[in-house]
Design a protein around this ligand. Structure first.
Ligand SMILES: Nc1ncnc2c1ncn2[C@@H]1O[C@H](COP(=O)(O)OP(=O)(O)O)[C@@H](O)[C@H]1O
Ligand SMILES: [Mg+2]
Ligand SMILES: [Zn+2]
Length: 282
């Protein structure tokens, strides 16, 4: 069993994200019971509310739920793509885990995002730049002092691309000439560039062919084993979550309705919505 004093990488508590002007009833009138994330009084969208969890060292936590349940909003808030409306997040690697990331200055957030986090988006174009080569994309993210000269940067980029199974002969090609699976592998190489303790992966295999999907998921699993990096893996597909995640949080209408060991959730789902999700997969 997990103990409260286990080493955590990321701690999130009471995270909320609301789109719209809001009213005092937004949170009470939305959620799984209301089966909606739209406030009937003011029309605001409660994309996430009261979301909390810990991510431990070396752990993969899955976030699963139907389209619109708030999964991407959650990771986008944690990666500072969006500003959270409320709540707190702590990284062990930043200020000893005592500083609420959401209260940090823009400059500090940028530092955290660049050095302590990696992100892999569903849409490769959000994570890689089309006018940079594969190697150039990885190099762009290499910010640490070790890589100060061209040769060292190129060497590190080559190592990362090789690790994500991009042939070195393709290093100087542009991402537009890559298959969908290869584009995702370039995104993964880039996300790993600064050796962050934490990686976010949002629907990274959605839309890929099944065989390509399986290879990308295998790669993620291998990298996790090798580097011991903690990961937050988001997918609407319980199959992906079952393959990767040690623990799983189930989201519905912006709330976590259930969180626990993935095996337990698959075998003995507690929440009615999770039961539907699991049974629809069988
Ligand atoms: N920029 C935005 N403005 C308004 N509503 C948004 C915005 N982004 C997401 N939403 C809404 O927030 C809810 C959660 O979306 P999202 O986090 O993308 O869900 P998921 O990733 O689980 O499919 C949805 O109702 C979506 O329409
Ligand atoms: Mg999404
Ligand atoms: Zn409202």
């Amino acid at each position: 069993m997990r103990a409260d004093n286990d080493a955590f990488v990321l701690q999130v508590s009471r995270l909320s994200k609301r789109y719209g002007t809001g009213c005092p009833s937004c949170y009470a009138l939305t959620g799984p019971e209301a089966d909606s994330n739209v406030c009937p009084r003011c029309g605001s969208i409660v994309a996430c509310h009261d979301v909390g969890f810990d991510l431990e060292e070396g752990e993969i936590l899955g976030i699963v739920g139907e389209s619109g349940s708030g999964k991407s909003t959650l990771v986008r808030c944690l990666y500072f793509d969006e500003e959270a409306t409320g709540g707190e997040a702590y990284l062990a690697a930043h200020g000893g885990g005592t500083v609420n990331l959401f209260a940090e200055t823009a400059q500090r957030k940028r530092h955290v995002r660049n050095h302590l986090m990696g992100m892999v988006y569903q849409n490769p174009l959000l994570g890689i730049k089309p006018h940079f080569t594969a190697g150039g994309n990885v190099a762009e993210k290499l910010l640490t002092a070790e890589f100060y000269n061209y040769g060292a940067i190129r060497q590190r980029a080559a190592t990362l691309l090789t690790r994500t199974e991009i042939p070195l002969g393709r290093m100087d090609d542009f991402p537009a000439h890559f298959s969908g699976g290869m584009q995702q592998r370039v995104q993964i190489a880039k996300a790993l560039a600064n050796n962050p303790p934490l990686l976010f992966l949002d629907e990274i295999t959605t839309g890929l062919d099944l065989s390509v999907q399986a290879r990308v998921l295998d790669l993620v699993k291998e990298i996790q084993r090798e580097l011991g990096i903690a990961m937050l893996v988001v997918s609407h597909d319980l199959g992906v979550i079952r393959m990767l995640a040690d623990r799983t949080a189930v989201m519905k209408n912006g709330r976590i309705v259930e969180i626990g060991l993935t095996d337990q959730i698959m075998e003995d789902p507690q929440h009615r919505y999770t039961q539907l999700l699991v049974h629809s997969m069988l």
